[in-house]
Design a protein around this ligand. Structure first.
Ligand code: HEM
Length: 243
């Protein structure tokens, strides 16, 4: 019964995550950008834009310029999340990839770094009056969800161990439609329940800023309005219709 409930939950969560993300990305991609508005100084070539976006993705450059504390906690959280997620790939592939094996020892430190980063970001929302004023309940909820996932994960790692071989069989079974029993450990069930909740809210939450970055006109436009006239897709069609 438990296995069935969690199997169903993860199929639904995966469908909502993939379908929802695809829909939101389609929405972003088809939203017109009628004006040329790159934040200057901006690159004047396509490859320059790629480098700029790359710096944004890897280093969070504009956040660094805006606020050093937010950058420190935000960057630490995201870097740690990447390591944690890479470490988790061992539950989904057989054999486990070389890189995922190499990263295993760092995954645990990353778990702590993730919590530290999240608590820093949460502290900012609670302690800085200007940020507290603009913080909506959903901002706190997202942080609580991520902290809950990380803490339940660390609890499993250090206190209430679970049978990770069985966890892997369960997830491989989900992927190959050959269902295997899920260990009924309460902390694991909490961890997985929160992960499923995260997958379901992700496409409708502020966490969408991850794919959204690539569609941000202030970051992805080339600074070449003098060389090339900027025309939104619909404006081009309108103009073609008139002439
Ligand atoms: C379906 C997906 C997931 C499964 C099956 C899963 C399973 C697990 C298990 C079994 C552990 C304990 C590891 C051990 O005892 O060695 C763990 C730890 C952990 N999990 Fe997850 N988890 C999932 C998704 C996530 C996500 C999305 C996050 C972060 C947002 C996360 C964050 C953590 C952290 C921080 C730890 C502790 C550090 C570590 O062992 O890597 N988990 N997870």
């Amino acid at each position: 019964m438990l296995t069935f409930a969690y199997a169903l939950l993860f199929y639904i969560a995966a469908a909502v995550l993939v379908g929802g993300l695809a829909f939101r990305i389609w929405e972003y991609a088809t939203t017109p950008a009628p004006l040329k508005i790159p934040t200057t100084p901006a690159p004047r070539t396509r490859s320059g834009v790629v480098v700029r976006l790359g710096r944004e993705v890897v280093l969070f450059e504009s956040l660094f310029k805006a606020n050093k504390w937010t950058w420190l906690f935000g960057w630490a959280f995201h870097a740690a999340l990447l390591v944690v997620l890479l470490r988790h790939l061992r539950y989904f592939t057989r054999p486990v990839w070389e890189l995922v094996v190499l990263i295993q020892p760092f995954g645990v430190y990353a778990g702590f770094a993730m919590v530290a980063g999240l608590l820093g970001l949460w502290g900012r929302r609670l302690l800085v009056p200007r940020v507290r004023y603009i913080s909506a309940p959903s901002d706190h909820l997202m942080l609580a969800l991520l902290v809950g996932i990380a803490l339940s994960g660390l609890l499993m790692r250090f206190v209430a161990h679970t049978d990770i071989v069985a966890v892997k069989s369960f997830f491989l079974g989900l992927m190959y439609f050959d269902w295997q029993p899920l260990p009924p450990d309460p902390v694991l069930l909490v961890h997985l329940g929160l992960v499923a909740a995260l997958m379901i809210v992700f496409p409708y939450s502020k966490l969408l800023h991850a794919p959204g970055l690539f569609f941000s006109p202030t970051r992805n436009q080339v600074d070449n309005p003098r060389e090339r006239r900027h025309l939104a897709h619909w404006a081009r069609e309108l103009e073609a219709g008139r002439s």
